[in-house]
Design a protein around this ligand. Structure first.
Ligand code: ATP
Length: 450
């Protein structure tokens, strides 16, 4: 984590610069829901694209898909979500605040663990009041399909994208003729009625997931698990996250989901401490077996080598886009003193930066405007860019630094004479003069080399 980033500073920067807003803010907001503004949506898209490129485009063993959010409710019976996707909830009898009992475990007596510890936390951490007994609360949002609201029409907003992949396993196998090992990747919204959403966009009730279900022959699962742990860890480092802020942790047996044989987490040092960015679980053959059982369909794979029908094991790297976006912001956030002023700067990786190039005429002088607009026309065909002519040039550089724009191009009065412009780099603040004729190449060299 950047020692300078706090959740408050991030929330304020995100609001001020149009990255993230509270959902329905004019009505007082709604807990656990957030909106992404003009720069936020660019950053989010860039994260998703970088992921897709690494796990689908650059691999020959993973294909993509996009399943619907609402599925046949039997999916959730088969997956176990209807029975087990629940958190223990306690209420304070005094102040009426609600907590996830397992999150209060830190306050439990020494020597107690998990739900046992949760049950022992007798007092409210806010006011010291007495707490109710823990009750299990299912996190799935419920809705109705069609005009009649009854049990038969009850459906659920998916709490994870993974099940949309399992139910398409046979379709994708038949249409792509993939051989094991192979994976299916998907990015999409997921919904969880979290008891205690919070820490900005870290824990939301509506969020986006990027998940891969990687199907392997049983017996090779442990080796492929290691492969994905390394791949995913390196992806964060390649996108500029500081090594000391990212770690891989193997979960203890009592921390595992009921279906998992083994799970690792990629964790990030957020301002509130080390927390999960991504889970990488060995889900065994649990899901395919359950869906075969509940649907009556054959979800086996015919292995030509051995002549046997097998149910593949699954390695699942599962990451949350919103949580990653927050981590990338925390990691990139920096403040430095420049000429007795604090420069706030987002040192985002070039691939992630919402705006790659800002075109800035030195002033609004009418002689400069046509050249500056021409330069912008040249640049915007290639990269997401902005044209900004409001306030002093120094102020405009600061504004671009604050949202992580790697390069600014300044058009000044000399441009009218020498047909050249100045490129200014975000991190070093170095400036170089380049002819307009060579500008696109000069920008490309700076933006697209590693
Ligand atoms: P946590 O323990 O933080 O509740 P989890 O173990 O339930 O997370 P998974 O079910 O493994 O999470 O989901 C995979 C990923 O989806 C997480 O690593 C996280 O990045 C993201 N994610 C899960 N729940 C949320 C949420 N409520 N808000 C934002 N992202 C989430």
């Amino acid at each position: 984590m950047s020692t300078k980033a706090t959740v408050e500073k991030l929330v304020s920067l995100c609001k001020r610069r149009g990255l993230v807003f509270q959902s329905s803010e004019i009505y007082g907001g709604i807990g656990g829901f957030w909106d992404y503004g003009p720069l936020g949506v660019e950053l989010k898209n860039n994260i998703k694209q970088a992921w897709w490129k690494a796990v689908v485009q650059e691999r020959d063993d993973v294909v993509g898909q996009d399943a619907s959010i609402i599925m046949n409710p039997t999916v959730w019976r088969a997956s176990g979500h209807l029975d087990t996707f629940a958190d223990p909830m306690v209420d304070c009898k005094e102040c009426k605040k609600r907590f996830r009992a397992d999150e209060l475990v830190g306050a439990a007596p020494a020597g107690t663990h998990g739900h046992e510890a949760a049950a022992k936390v007798a007092r409210c951490p806010e006011c010291g009041g007495e707490l109710t007994e823990p009750r299990m609360f299912n996190l799935m949002f419920r809705t109705y399909v069609g005009p009649v609201e009854d049990d038969a029409s009850t459906a659920y907003l998916r709490p994870e994208t993974a099940q949309g992949i399992f139910v398409n396993f046979a379709n994708i196998l038949a249409t792509t003729r993939k051989k094991l090992p192979f994976g299916i990747a998907q990015i999409g919204k997921a919904f969880r009625n979290e008891i205690t959403p919070g820490n900005f966009i870290f824990r939301d009730r509506e969020f986006e997931q990027m998940e891969i279900e990687y199907f392997v022959k049983p017996g090779t699962d442990e080796q492929w698990h290691q492969h994905w742990v390394e791949e995913r860890h390196n992806w964060y480092l390649r996108l500029g996250m500081r090594k000391e802020n990212v770690r891989v942790r193997r979960l203890e047996p009592e921390e595992q989901a009921h279906y998992a044989k083994d799970t690792y987490e990629v964790e990030y040092l957020f301002p509130m401490g080390w927390s999960e960015l991504e889970g990488i679980a060995n889900r065994t053959d649990f899901d395919l077996r359950r869906h075969a059982e509940f649907s009556g369909r054959d979800l086996e794979y015919f292995d030509e080598e051995s002549g046997e029908h097998i149910v593949p094991y699954v390695i699942e790297p599962s990451a949350g886009v919103d949580r990653l976006l927050m981590a990338f912001l925390v990691d990139a956030y920096d403040e430095e003193e420049v000429r007795n002023e604090t420069r706030v700067i987002l040192r985002l990786h070039k691939e992630l930066a919402p705006v790659k190039v800002a075109v800035l005429p030195l002033s609004r002088n009418e002689k400069l405007v046509p050249s500056a607009r021409e330069v912008w026309t040249l640049v915007r065909k290639h990269w997401m860019s902005q044209y900004d002519d409001a306030q002093s040039i120094g102020r405009r550089y600061r504004r671009q630094d604050e949202v992580g724009t790697p390069l600014c191009v300044t058009v000044d009065f000399d441009t009218l004479e020498d047909q050249a412009v100045t490129i200014r780099e975000r991190d070093t603040m170095e400036q170089v003069r380049v002819p307009i004729a060579g500008l696109v190449d000069a920008l490309r060299e700076r933006l697209e080399t590693a």
